[in-house]
Design a protein around this ligand. Structure first.
Ligand SMILES: Cc1cc2nc3c(=O)[nH]c(=O)nc-3n(C[C@H](O)[C@H](O)[C@H](O)COP(=O)(O)OP(=O)(O)OC[C@H]3O[C@@H](n4cnc5c(N)ncnc54)[C@H](O)[C@@H]3O)c2cc1C
Length: 463
């Protein structure tokens, strides 16, 4: 008899697990309460990158003069941008749904919870408001319910002037000034996005460096770019209240107060201070599934919870909150459920996940970071090449940034790297492949790459 596999959540983790498990012969039901494709994926990742692409096009146009063209100042058409975001979302949603259906996955619209270790209860509300409940028995269950933006107790977002990240795609009006609270990946992407659209931006940075977990050299390039664009950085400050207040002329503004007494006034504020897992009200306690103090399901290397046939994957598993990682976890779960790990399974190594920050310049990294190697006294070889010596960067009229490769001095094996500059998110794939496949720097040097291309900086850094 086929394995009965029930998946809760249709984001990258859930829908990838469903596709692979169905291909491997499981009888799969995928329950999604909202949109197939995933909340974070379709509400955060895709719209934010779509807006950043439009903002990037605007800042590119501002540099046209340097390319022998007359400068033109484009204006944003909020309606057209909103339509563009919607059409991309619909296309992606449709292609994911078609793929799942073509593999024979049963798609159920509804909200699911565990009512026993093997039973999933699904509540569906029809268009006329009537609800129906059905319970599915499962041999294996995957919880892939994602996360939602974290709202602190000192602030009440209103979706109008005090915004969470999900209120920004696009905002009803483009803010004339924005205070972004939180200087992690999401925060800096929002700074980049709003400043590309011409807003006056202030970033509240709780530490002394934006992107506190990143290589200081990488963060420095981004900070320089922000300062050059007129972004105000409030370093060493923690926001402790955000309020809407009336100005004398009857209009309104947002006041952000920080713990060191500094106060910022702007037309809008955006909270980018992380997320919380969607694990409440899932019946995890009924099924005996353990969560950590933050509410994330604790998993082993196969993504199994403490209840072996109940798996967790994606953002709510508390690993790397990346769409790519969620998908790969989903694939590994499918393999494990179907017993494939015994023959052809490679464990997911979170330390080798490539990630990117879609700012300008773009930032991408993978594998071992220089600071982490120093922290544990590991000997490494670090080679760095600025794009200013790369012909294609000069042709592009954009030579900001560098390529840095970290390798083992004894063997030449590539351990990690970072890239700051145009197309960094694409270029990092070469280093990511080298890190995953244990390739040596000579493998990169001896590849016959294209000329002129930004990838030449990679070969030079690998020398
Ligand atoms: C602003 C922002 C930008 C981002 N940009 C990137 C990026 O550029 N690149 C990248 O790799 N990652 C990015 N991410 C992260 C990425 O979006 C997530 O890592 C990814 O979506 C996680 O996938 P998931 O499957 O775990 O969850 P989700 O995509 O959140 O999907 C979970 C699904 O579960 C459903 N669900 C929840 N509870 C229930 C229930 N009880 N019953 C039924 N269904 C339920 C939800 O409706 C949702 O559809 C970004 C995140 C943010 C916040």
């Amino acid at each position: 008899m086929a394995t009965r596999f029930v998946i809760i959540g249709g984001g990258p983790a859930g829908n990838t697990a469903a596709t692979y498990a169905a291909r491997l012969g499981a009888e799969v039901t995928l329950v999604e309460r909202d949109v197939i494709g995933g909340a974070a994926h379709l509400w955060d990742c895709i719209p934010s990158k779509t807006m950043i692409a439009t903002g990037g096009a605007m800042s590119f146009t501002r540099r046209l003069e340097g390319m022998g063209l007359e400068q033109q100042m484009p204006e944003v058409d909020v309606e057209a941008l909103t339509e563009r975001i919607e059409s991309i979302k619909v296309r992606l949603q449709r292609s994911t749904t078609n793929l799942l259906s073509s593999q024979g996955v049963e798609l159920v619209k509804g909200s699911a919870r565990l009512v026993s270790p093997h039973d999933v209860e699904i509540t569906t509300t029809a268009d006329d408001g009537t609800t129906s409940v059905r319970t599915l028995r499962a041999d294996a269950i995957l919880i892939a319910t994602g996360t939602r933006p974290r709202i602190p107790e000192w602030c009440v977002p209103d979706g109008d002037r005090i915004l969470t990240t999900r209120d920004c795609y696009p905002p009803r009006v483009f803010p004339e000034s924005v205070t972004v609270v939180g200087s992690g990946v999401t925060g800096v992407e929002f700074v980049h996005m709003f400043s590309s659209f011409g807003a006056k931006v202030t970033l509240v940075v709780s530490r002394q460096q934006v992107l506190p977990s990143k290589d200081p050299e990488v963060a420095a390039v981004l900070e320089d770019d922000f300062l050059r664009r007129g972004v105000q950085l409030l370093k060493g400050a923690r926001a402790e209240s955000i309020e809407r207040v009336a100005r004398e002329d009857g209009s309104e503004e947002v006041v952000v107060r920080c713990d060191d007494g500094r106060v910022v006034r702007s037309s809008h504020a955006v909270l980018a201070i992380g997320s919380v897992p969607n694990t409440d009200d899932l019946g995890l306690d009924v099924a005996g599934v353990e969560v950590d103090r933050g509410g994330y399901v604790t998993i082993n290397r196969h993504c199994q919870s403490n209840v072996p046939h109940i798996y967790a994957a994606g953002d709510m598993s508390g690993k790397l909150p990346l769409s790519s990682v969620a998908s790969m976890q989903g694939r590994k779960v499918a393999e494990h459920v179907m017993g494939l790990q015994k023959v052809a399974h490679r464990h997911l190594d979170y330390d080798k996940a490539a990630s990117a920050i879609f700012t300008e310049p773009e930032i991408a990294d993978v594998g071992l970071a220089e600071a982490d190697a120093f922290a544990v006294g590991r000997k490494i070889r670090v080679t760095k090449v600025p794009f200013s010596s790369t012909p294609k960067a000069l042709i592009n009229n954009d030579w900001r940034g560098f390529v840095k490769i970290i390798s083992d001095p004894a063997t030449g094996v590539v351990l990690g790297g970072s890239i700051v500059g145009r197309h960094a998110a694409e270029l990092i794939s070469v280093i990511a492949l080298a890190v995953t496949a244990n390739l040596k720097v000579t493998d990169i040097v001896e590849s016959l790459l294209v000329h002129p291309a930004l990838s030449e900086a990679l070969a030079e850094a690998a020398e």
